[in-house]
Design a protein. Sequence first.
Length: 134
Amino acid sequence: MTKLKVLLADDDPRILDVIRLRLETEGYEVIPAATGHDALQLARRHSPDALILDINLPDGNGLTVHDRLHARAGPWPPVIYLTGDRSLRTELHVKMLGGFAVIYKPFDINVLLETVGRACRRASRAGLTPPPER
């Protein structure tokens, strides 16, 4: 059976490592990225089943990555956001883009894992796969 792929973008190497290790322990293939540019390129190249995007990245933010991915034709998998920003503006922006969930830092890793599982099940049922890079 093929492993489900999760793209994980966060500029904090400790958070990236903790989440990556837990997801891999649960059987996911993790595609790590430390910048928005890398996340965008890797998402297009690897067709993940779900994305976890930090909202604040060094070269932009996860919202911009999400927006750029969805600007391309075809359906895209669910996006889960990580952020310490609990503002209404951020939550409304995530909803406007169709984000699957927002997980606030500091977060419970088990809540994140459960959310990733729900996102991947939704993507699987809906047949959501990103279009190939052209």
